[in-house]
Design a binder for this molecule. Structure first.
Ligand code: MG
Length: 203
């Protein structure tokens, strides 16, 4: 697969079980931020550790939504029509930089920091899918998209009421509990029920 999005919109703190893990209140509105399209890599590609710049990289397993049409101001009810399909994604984050900067752009934007794949799957209900992450074959994250605070259709509507969404734009929908650090040589697999497995190594 190949994607050429104009932008990647990311949602922070969107799983009830993750908010509980962090002892944080549930957000009233989706907390969104952007990753540049130059962060995208695909199944089998390598995540490049930014040596000398970051000292703590984290994985974040996420469900990705791929947009089908140019849309603006769509309702939650209509949103489904404008979704091309779903993929696995990994919102790779330099956690030390995120903490140091107090905002997220540098921490989230290094090249290769958005693995996505292995394919775009349509015709599935995104609201009840097991989502898992394995680090070197050890299960580290295990939840279900039913734990999302803001569901995919709501997110598409909410974001389209802020910015025009274009074909192949990607929305990544937040991560469940169990995030943790990765190092050079690690193998990371994001697995979502009905979609498949996205595997990447850190180099
Ligand atoms: Mg994330």
């Amino acid at each position: 697969m190949k994607l050429n999005p104009s932008k990647i919109i990311c949602v922070g703190l969107n799983y009830k079980d993750h908010a509980a893990e962090l002892k944080m209140d549930l957000p009233k509105n989706p907390i969104i931020f952007l990753k540049p399209p130059t962060t995208i890599i695909y199944d089998g590609d390598s995540i490049v550790y930014p040596i000398g710049q970051a000292n703590e990289l984290h994985y974040e397993a996420e469900l990705a939504i791929v947009i089908k049409d140019k849309i603006k101001n769509v309702s939650e009810l209509d949103a489904q029509k404008y979704i091309l399909g779903y993929c696995c994604a990994n919102d790779v984050t330099a956690r030390d930089i995120q903490k140091a900067d107090g905002q997220w752009t540098r921490a989230k934007s290094f090249d290769t920091f958005c693995p996505i794949g292995p394919k775009i799957v349509s015709g599935i209900d995104p609201n009840n899918l097991a989502i898992k992450l394995y680090l070197n074959d050890e299960l580290k994250q295990s939840s279900n998209t039913s734990q999302m605070i803001f569901k995919p259709a709501y997110l598409v509507s909410f974001i389209s009421n802020i910015m025009t969404l274009l074909p192949e734009d990607v929305i990544i929908t937040g991560t469940p509990p169990g995030v943790g650090s990765i190092k050079k040589g690690d193998k990371i697999v994001v697995e979502i029920e009905g979609i498949g497995r996205l595997q990447n190594r850190v180099v």
